[in-house]
Design a protein around this ligand. Structure first.
Ligand code: GBH
Length: 484
């Protein structure tokens, strides 16, 4: 093992999931509806006819899933809490649901007993439908941030004696853009819709983004003021973001486009959260006042909120090509196109089982290093993974043989090591997405990201080869000798 492939022994690693993608049991034990329940029913074609009513039935089979984690040797497990299980209608004056709290208490207890560190995500896209109905959910910046703060406080109070690692929001970019611009995720609003959920894509995504930024800020302040001293944990946010290279590397406008693309995706949230300043210049320039301003009071809160770490969800990279035409009011990328091939026709990376995901580990390294240099906080990779080519539609016997996924993991761990040792980035943990095959949102149950095969008829779980490989990879890199 060469010196630059080492990882420190305290490097955290494990697997990740999200509530709506695995739990099922949507109307059990007092759970309230979320915007995803509604979205799946509204127009089933949007999710390939799939919904989360049963999913992996993790709500009932959770112990089996923790057995998998034990068997895979995971040090940590990232999961999300369903807001509407804890507060069925969602709001700060609405009643708590003790049965929902009890579910997560037993899950957390069992993790701790197994020696697996819980990493709890408060919000992975499943807003209580009650808040959507009451005031339009994330479009109401004032109300939603106060309701989120109360929900966060309940979780700190009830789980914070055992949970020391908190992620406020998962990918607010996806919630904002997919939920309010393209409309492919709940609540499915878009200018291009003709029916009920027609929205204004020129303004709504930016409002929903601000609501989530302020929600994060308020949860962090609540933790720091009222819980940190006693509980001594850390709190961060998980941001998605591809790395972008110029389409034509001899064109300075394409270099600029690549930078702008990342600012529109990451800087949108990272500027206020980590740099405590306004949105990136290029966003303000293109969007003007459609991008809501922060008031003085909001800026004071932003200034107060210390976020401990940057949660990075990374899957793939692309090329950016600048445009000469004026941007449309509904453009959310910056004034550019994104492509998987560059000007010379070179593919950004090897194809996986999903058309949007190509394996680009060298660019992952650049991404890690860029994010660390810009925002200066320790990075935990909170999601990384892929479906193998052709895996959609494979039988269990075929799918458990997954060398492509093993290579994907190995090469992305190499990138982490290089970023640490050669670029001096601080990277402290890694979560493979996902513990098991699950509901891939609007793509339904086709794409399989799991290290465990899920049979959706019998709900049987079968480990793929990659599941046990990860432990070996970390043991080698951390200099740990595994018992035979
Ligand atoms: C993550 O989102 C999610 O946090 C997780 O829940 C999800 O299961 C996982 O990734 C795997 O997708 O060409 O329009 O089809 C990642 C966000 C969503 C980015 C799908 C790429 C497809 C773009 N990804 N999107 S498109």
């Amino acid at each position: 093992m060469n010196k630059t492939s080492f990882l420190p022994v305290d490097f955290e690693w494990g697997f990740a999931t999200a509530a709506y993608q695995i739990e099922g049991a949507v109307d059990i034990d007092g759970r309230g509806e979320s915007i995803w329940d509604t979205f799946c029913r509204l127009e089933p074609t949007r999710t390939n006819g799939a919904n989360g009513d049963v999913a992996c039935d993790h709500y009932h089979l959770w112990e089996k899933d923790l057995d998998l984690l034990t068997r895979y040797g995971a040090k940590a497990y990232r999961f999300s809490v369903s807001w509407s299980r804890i507060i069925p209608f969602g709001g700060r004056n609405d009643p708590l649901n003790e049965a929902g709290i009890a579910f997560y208490n037993q899950l957390i207890d069992s993790l701790v007993m197994r020696g697996i560190t819980p990493w709890l995500t408060l919000y992975h896209w499943d807003l209580p439908q009650g808040l959507q109905n009451r005031y339009g959910g994330w479009l109401n910046v004032e109300e939603s941030q106060l309701d989120f703060e109360r929900y966060a406080r309940v979780c700190f109070e009830r789980f914070g004696d055992r949970v020391k690692n908190w992620i406020t929001l998962n990918e607010p970019w996806i919630q904002s853009i997919y939920g309010y611009s393209t409309g492919v995720n709940a609540p499915g609003r878009s200018s291009t819709n003709e029916q009920s959920e027609a929205g204004d894509s020129s303004t709504e995504p930016w409002i929903a983004g601000k609501a989530q930024i302020m929600s994060h800020i308020r949860a962090v302040i609540a933790y720091n003021r009222d819980f940190r001293r006693q509980q001594d944990g850390q709190i961060g946010i998980s941001l998605n973001g591809d790395y972008y290279e110029p389409w034509d590397s001899s064109d300075s406008l394409d270099w600029e486009a690549a930078e702008w693309r990342m600012e529109f995706q990451i800087g949108w949230f990272a500027n206020p959260v980590f740099l405590k300043k306004d949105y990136p210049e290029c966003m303000r320039r293109q969007l003007g006042l459609r991008l809501p301003q922060f008031t003085h009071e909001e800026l004071a809160l932003i200034e107060e909120a210390e976020t401990d770490f940057y949660g990075m969800n990374y899957y793939t990279s692309q090329f950016a090509r600048h445009r000469n035409a004026k941007p449309l009011d509904t453009d959310f990328r910056g004034n550019l196109d994104e492509l998987q091939c560059n000007r010379e026709g070179k593919q950004v990376g090897e194809e996986s089982g999903l058309y949007w995901l190509r394996s680009c580990p060298e660019l992952f390294r650049k991404h890690l290093t860029r994010v660390y240099r810009l925002y200066g906080k320790p990075i935990y990779v909170t999601e990384n993974g892929c479906p193998c080519p052709g895996e959609d539609g494979m039988t269990c016997a075929e799918a458990v043989n997954d060398p492509y996924r093993i290579r994907y993991f190995e090469s992305h761990l190499d990138a982490i090591c290089k970023s640490i040792h050669e670029d001096e980035a601080s990277i402290k943990g890694y979560f493979a997405w996902a513990l098991l095959d699950n509901l891939e949102w609007s793509d339904g149950y086709g794409p399989r990201f799991g290290v465990t095969f899920t049979n959706y008829e019998t709900l049987e779980r079968t480990p793929k080869q990659s599941a046990l490989m990860l432990r070996q990879m970390f043991a080698e890199r951390q200099g740990i000798i595994l018992a035979a």
